[in-house]
Design a protein. Structure first.
Length: 235
C-alpha cells in the first residue's frame, strides 16, 4: 500500500493465490483520492502518516482499524478519519475495496481553526463514524463529486480556482462531519458560511447529479471563475 508515500508491512491472511494488489489514484489540487484492493485478507502496518490525514471508506467488504486499545470494523459506506498522530493497523476482509482520501495536515488544521478549534494543540480525530446520517451523506457526496470530476478531467482539473476551493471544501466538510477531538464540547463544529451553503445543497438534493459549477455558485465562488474565463457561462 502506498497511501502516505511511506513504508509499511503487509501480512497476507487469506489465500496467497488470490493476492493481487490493484490501486488507482486521482487528485484534486493537493487532495489524492485512491481505491485499493488486495483480493484476499491482508493486514497493513503503516508508518506514522507525518504531514497527512487519511479518510478511508470500504466500497465493499469490511475493514478493521486498530489503534492502541481502540478497534473498529467498518462496512460499505462507513468512514474513518486517521490523523497524523495515531499509530494504527488496517485489516482488509471479505475482499475489501477501500477508497481513501489523503489530505495535507495543514489544510485540515486550517479548516479546524475556521471551525473554532484550539489549533495550538494537535488536531485529532476519533475513530467514530460521522454523528448523523446526514453528515455521512454529506461527506460521501462531496468525495464522490470530487472523484467523479477528477476521473473525467472536468472543471476541477481545468480551473485552479475551483480546484483550490474544492480542496478547502473537502477539508472543511471533514472537520464538520467527523469526530474532532480538538473541539471540546462541540459535536458539530460551525462551518464557514460559503462551505455550509454547498453542504446544505447536497443534503437537500441527495439524488441530483450536482455539477461543480452549481456547488461553486452555492458556495459563492463561481463569479470569480467566470470573470477569469471570459467565454464561460455559469449556471
Amino acid at each position: 500500500m502506498n497511501q502516505d508515500k511511506r513504508s509499511h508491512t503487509d501480512n497476507v491472511y487469506g489465500s496467497s493465490r488470490d493476492f493481487r494488489a490493484i490501486q488507482t489514484e486521482v487528485t484534486v489540487s493537493d487532495v489524492a483520492i485512491h481505491t485499493l484492493r488486495y483480493g484476499t485478507d491482508v493486514r497493513i502496518d503503516p508508518d506514522p502518516l507525518g504531514a497527512w490525514v487519511l479518510v478511508s471508506t470500504p466500497m465493499r467488504g469490511r475493514l478493521t482499524i486498530r489503534s492502541g486499545a481502540e478497534s473498529r470494523t467498518l462496512g460499505p459506506g462507513e468512514s474513518v478519519a486517521i490523523d497524523s498522530y495515531r499509530a494504527f493497523e488496517l485489516t482488509w476482509r471479505q475482499n475489501c475495496q477501500l477508497r481513501t482520501l489523503r489530505l495535507p495536515l495543514t489544510s485540515v488544521v486550517e479548516a479546524a481553526q475556521l471551525a473554532g478549534a484550539d489549533t495550538t494543540r494537535p488536531v485529532r480525530f476519533g475513530l467514530g463514524d460521522p454523528a448523523t446520517t446526514a453528515s455521512a451523506r454529506s461527506w460521501q457526496s462531496v468525495v464522490a463529486l470530487a472523484e467523479r470530476d477528477a476521473r473525467m478531467a472536468g472543471e476541477l482539473s481545468r480551473s485552479p480556482l475551483l480546484s483550490e476551493q474544492m480542496s478547502r471544501m473537502i477539508a472543511t466538510t471533514l472537520v464538520a462531519t467527523h469526530p474532532l477531538l480538538a473541539i471540546p464540547g462541540d459535536d458539530r463544529p460551525a462551518v464557514p458560511r460559503q462551505i455550509r451553503k454547498a453542504v446544505e445543497l447536497i443534503e437537500r438534493t441527495p439524488d441530483e447529479d450536482l455539477t461543480v459549477t452549481r456547488l461553486a455558485v452555492a458556495a459563492g465562488v463561481a463569479s470569480a471563475h467566470c470573470s477569469r474565463d471570459s467565454g464561460s457561462i455559469c449556471r
